[in-house]
Design a protein around this ligand. Structure first.
Ligand SMILES: C[S@@+](CC[C@H](N)C(=O)[O-])C[C@H]1O[C@@H](n2cnc3c(N)ncnc32)[C@H](O)[C@@H]1O
Length: 533
């Protein structure tokens, strides 16, 4: 029996740790600590197992927040093994837990030195790091080979943690992970979801949809994944918690396991390649008809990636300072905020130039010029040519070959997607994606655009969004390519004429600096009627 005082005061410990550890260091190791409500939900799943818990593994221990909701008596009777790669966090954790003799901490990389023994309980908030931010690259190939997976460079190492940890789970054991939920609805997540289903152990996916971020400092939405290594393999239940209170009621439904309720899905019906949002959220597109994928009208591609925006972009003052002639600078939107409306016109561009906005992009390849040469030399002196993208280009300052697109769309959004009519025919960096119409849309670009800017279109696009927490949403090009839009062929010629008049009027209102709320509303009504007919 151990005394209650072995339990660290986490609030205090975390504050102290964060005060003496730089944010760069915490970011490098992805040190985001689990709040008590989440830790409680995770430990409840483990301890409600009939088998009981004798050996518990935490592969990414941090300061040990995941043990916070366990009572000291229970802790004393469980043999706990924690891994912590960062020597700094490891020594803090060792100090915090030094009176708890049932905990063994290992200052090692869990992916490289997994434990030899098996555990009946696993708790984990794995580091959320992209593969290229992780040093032990060989571990990735090893895990792919062991688990027969093809997790690629876009995957996050948290998926490796899950697979490796589950291979340490005893028969009858249970595991709980808290991870960012992005993979549920992204392209790279397909392999991860496939691998998770293949373990035959996934039982609950609990989406944490709180209005505030769960993790301080981390812009991400999360989900709790609960696993059991038992025979009840046929169903997975998807649950959503909008607040800490609902999380508490969801726990009650988890306590009914192996009984699951109506929101559960047969494993055989769960499609790894689909966005799993369909299993836990109503999809707007289901209420409407006459929808086809946007890709039938063209292609969304990401904007130009320069490799060093500060070097390649110019405002007027910088142009004058370096004496760069106009012909070496392309008009270019470099930030989302440079265009706040439905269109970007020559007048908007001139205003941006006057306001000294960086709306020009260096195009140094078109010929020799002394001033440009001097500027390129300056780039080499500061190492721009050795950056990740530039070092793989010949010459290093070559631009991606990409024509200006007639329609642009914002990548990150708080209030729905924003499509922009690119009247000024400017280039764009990655704050916007480009939409290039194909033969089926040619001639009907404005008609399509009129639909894209409506509220109903935005609502349907949201079916394919990625959530970053705090209301921030992101769309990758393929999220948009596969989104559903109105099949324009259902529009008869009279309605088409009306829509075209509205959109021309809106563009006129934009040029005149007027708000177009009513016209937009009228367009929305027309399109809604076409989507329900
Ligand atoms: C997201 S934090 C979670 C900390 C703690 N378990 C919690 O829930 O609050 C992940 C922790 O894993 C550690 N870590 C990162 N990479 C690791 C690795 N390869 N092996 C073991 N620990 C690692 C980090 O230093 C960090 O403390």
């Amino acid at each position: 029996m151990i005394a209650t005082s072995v339990m660290p005061d986490f609030r205090h410990a975390e504050q102290e740790y964060c005060a003496k550890t730089s944010s760069e260091h915490r970011k490098k190791y992805a040190q985001f600590f689990t709040p008590l409500s989440i830790a409680t939900c995770m430990t409840d799943w483990l301890i409600s197992s009939k088998q009981g818990t004798t050996m518990l593994l935490d592969p990414a221990f941090g300061l040990g927040h995941l043990l916070a909701s366990m009572d000291a008596d229970r802790l004393a009777n469980i043999e706990i093994v924690g891994y912590e790669l960062d020597t700094h966090a490891f020594s803090e954790a060792s100090r915090l837990w030094d009176r708890c003799s049932s905990i063994t901490l290992r200052n090692e990389d869990f992916l490289v030195h997994p434990p030899e023994s098996l555990f009946d309980a696993i708790l984990c908030n794995p580091p959320y790091l992209k593969f290229h931010d992780y040093d032990n690259v060989s571990a990735i190939a090893k895990i792919n080979a062991t688990f027969g997976t093809t997790l690629n460079g876009f995957t996050n190492i948290h998926s490796l943690f899950i697979l490796q940890a589950l291979s340490c789970l005893k028969k009858g054991g249970r595991a709980a992970f808290i991870v960012p939920s992005e993979f549920l609805n992204s392209d790279y997540g397909v392999h991860v979801k496939d691998a998770l289903l293949k373990t035959g152990m996934l039982r609950y996916v609990m989406i944490i949809d709180f209005s505030a971020n769960v993790f301080k400092d981390a812009l991400t939405t999360s989900c709790i994944l609960l696993f059991a290594n038992d025979e009840h393999k046929s169903r997975v239940e998807f649950l959503t918690a909008q607040s800490e209170e609902t999380l508490f009621t969801l726990q009650e439904s988890v306590q009914m396991y192996p009984k699951m309720n109506g929101t559960s899905q047969a494993v055989s019906d769960i499609i790894p390649a689909a966005k799993w949002r369909r299993y836990y959220q109503e999809r707007a597109s289901e209420q409407y008809r006459n929808l086809i994928p946007l890709r039938q009208y063209g292609k969304v591609s990401r904007g130009i990636a320069t490799g060093d925006n500060a070097f390649f972009t110019f405002n007027r003052a910088k142009q004058q300072k370096w004496h760069i002639p106009d012909k070496y600078l392309l008009p270019c939107l470099t930030k989302a905020a440079q265009c706040g409306d439905i269109a970007y016109t020559n007048a908007n561009h001139s205003r941006n130039l006057k306001a000294n906005e960086s709306v020009m992009l260096l195009n140094a390849e078109i010929g020799e010029n002394e001033a440009v040469k001097r500027y390129l030399k300056h780039g080499e002196e500061q190492g721009t040519h050795t950056r990740f993208l530039t070092k793989n280009r010949t010459p290093w300052y070559a631009l991606e070959r990409r024509a200006p697109a007639p329609i642009l769309v914002t990548v990150f959004n708080r209030n729905g997607l924003r499509f922009v009519w690119n009247e000024a025919n400017v280039y764009n960096l990655t704050a916007y994606h480009c939409f290039y119409p194909n033969l089926f849309a040619q001639g009907n670009e404005k008609l399509l655009f009129a639909y894209l800017i409506t509220d109903v279109a935005k609502e349907i696009f949201r079916d394919n969004r990625r959530e970053y927490g705090d209301g921030l949403e992101k769309f990758e090009p393929n999220d948009l390519n596969s989104s559903l839009v109105l099949d324009l062929s259902v529009i008869d010629s009279d309605v088409q004429k009306t829509i075209e008049e509205h959109i021309s009027h809106m563009l006129f209102q934009h040029s005149a600096g007027q708000k177009a709320v009513e016209t937009l509303q009228a367009l929305n009504e027309i399109f809604v009627s076409l989507l329900v007919q």
